[in-house]
Design a protein around this ligand. Structure first.
Ligand code: CMC
Length: 437
């Protein structure tokens, strides 16, 4: 018998089955042959929240959660964060290799060329209420791009796909900047194609009456580094949404909007905003022990702590902590940092957090940096979304090019009633509890 196999005895039937093991996994479909009789559907796996299910093969992002390793296309995140620009990393994620100088120049120029938003989109954004959440604006506006570029529907043409990918990466900062200025009541600033990707974003955010916006190089580099750290993260909730919605062959604008909607949740990308709310609630360093006690008693979570995959430390959080120091040299220290450091210190010494392997994640310190740079907490998740667009699109392309992928469609375990006799309206008994869900 081949060694890379799994032998299963079904104790219901005493039948033995041998299944191949490939890449440390068995195929769930191989279990379907395990039946108690001809009418049996066959064995399924039950895995709510995909705790132990690989949904795809991927060569984009590698994570070893036990050892705190993150690599894009094989390159350690530490090397990329120290030596690349975000656009180089976006190229790497999408095309599999770092660009040469000539490739990067062309790529950057293509992106710069597509940063302008159609007037219909600018008008669309004007319609948002003055206090609209920027993530709601981003999700809806990315979806609205689908109405401006209907040709994006042709997802089977690689050249057409690449065109939409360039548009999405180019327009994400333009949409984000309008979302920001809308909340301030400022008119939108059009892109400046002489500036790099991140500097241009900063110009669209903060340019006022000056003829040319000049970004502080330390802050621009810090923001670019944060973009690199957030560019992709394997099969997380939003990447899974991207692949799942994209598997229906929905166009890339609507699909990216769906992924961004997943990111908006406080358990995912929305955590960076929630961290700031938590630090505000704690208020002062001396209140940290009481707050930790409350969390341990089951009242809320320590936002910015814990991760489904990282069970040692989040390598992105380490780099962000270093970046924070550089930013604070320019902006002055954010007072929230002391509360955050105390929270980290106490939590890392506490049995509750040690036992559950809960460490600060990428969102724990990023918000403190963003706030020091002048962003309001409502913008934090949008800042996460801008670079993640590149990762989502890389995941989307990989899914479309994978001959094993089909429309995503999980199974369920039925827990409802067997067939029931229909009762007409005037014969129904009131069941008050039926509204409780
Ligand atoms: N504070 C307190 N307890 C926690 C926390 C936390 N932040 N995270 C997990 N736990 C506890 C949880 O209650 C559970 O305890 P018990 O075993 O007693 O029931 C145990 O740790 C295991 O947690 P889990 O909920 O089963 O873990 P998960 O893998 O399903 O969830 C997570 C991962 C990131 C959703 C979760 O850790 C969390 O909600 N963290 C706070 C939100 C956050 O910071 N999210 C950002 C994640 S990183 C960036 C991103 O994905 O966008």
């Amino acid at each position: 018998m081949a060694q890379d196999t799994l032998t299963i005895i079904d104790n219901r039937t005493q039948q033995t089955y041998t299944l191949p093991i490939e890449n440390g996994a068995i195929r769930a479909m191989d279990l379907r042959q395990i039946k108690t009789g001809p009418d049996d559907f066959g064995l399924m796996t039950y895995d709510p929240a995909f705790m132990n299910t690989a949904s795809c093969r991927s060569s984009i992002t590698f994570i070893d959660g036990e050892r705190g390793i993150l690599r894009y296309r094989g390159y350690p995140i530490e090397a990329l964060a120290a030596q690349c620009t975000f656009l180089e990393v976006a190229y790497l994620l999408l095309f599999g290799e770092l660009p040469t100088e000539a490739e990067l120049t062309r790529w950057a120029s293509e992106i710069a060329h597509h940063t302008v938003l159609h007037t219909a989109i600018e008008k669309f954004m004007e319609g948002f209420r003055y206090n609209a959440h920027p993530m709601g604006m981003l999700v809806s506006t990315v979806a609205a791009l689908s109405s401006v570029y209907p040709e994006a529907n042709d997802i089977h043409d690689p050249e057409n796909r690449l065109h939409q990918i360039v548009r999405l990466i180019a327009k994400a900062p333009s949409i984000a900047a309008i979302a920001y200025r809308h909340s301030k009541g400022f008119p939108c600033v059009h892109p400046d194609s002489e500036l790099g990707y991140t500097e241009n974003f900063m110009s669209m955010l903060w340019k006022m009456a000056e003829p040319k916006y000049v970004a502080n190089p330390v802050l621009a580099r810090a923001l670019d580094t944060l973009f690199i750290l957030h560019a992709d993260h394997e099969q997380n909730c939003s990447a899974n949404a991207m692949r799942s919605v994209g598997s229906a062959h929905t166009d890339p604008y609507l699909t990216t909007a769906a992924a961004a909607a997943a990111l908006a949740g406080p358990l995912h990308g929305g955590a960076n905003e929630a961290v700031l709310q938590m630090l505000d609630e704690i208020g002062a360093k001396q209140n940290v022990p009481a707050y930790v006690k409350k969390v341990k008693a089951g009242h809320g979570k320590l936002m910015g702590f814990g991760h489904r995959v990282y069970k040692n430390y989040d390598p992105r959080a380490k780099i962000i902590k270093q970046t924070a120091e550089q930013v604070f040299e320019v902006t002055g220290r954010n007072a929230k940092l002391d509360i955050a450091l105390e929270l980290e210190r106490i939590a890392l010494e506490d049995d509750y957090f040690i036992k559950r392997k809960l460490y600060p994640n990428v969102d724990f310190y990023s918000g403190i940096i963003y706030q020091a740079m002048g962003f309001t907490p409502k913008m934090f998740t949008v800042l996460f979304a801008i670079p993640r667009v590149a990762g989502w699109l890389a995941q989307w392309q990989e899914m479309l090019n994978d001959p094993e992928q089909k429309i995503a469609r999980p199974r369920q375990i039925w827990t409802g009633p067997e067939v029931r006799e229909f009762a007409p309206l005037n014969k129904r008994a009131s069941a008050a509890s039926s509204r409780e869900t």
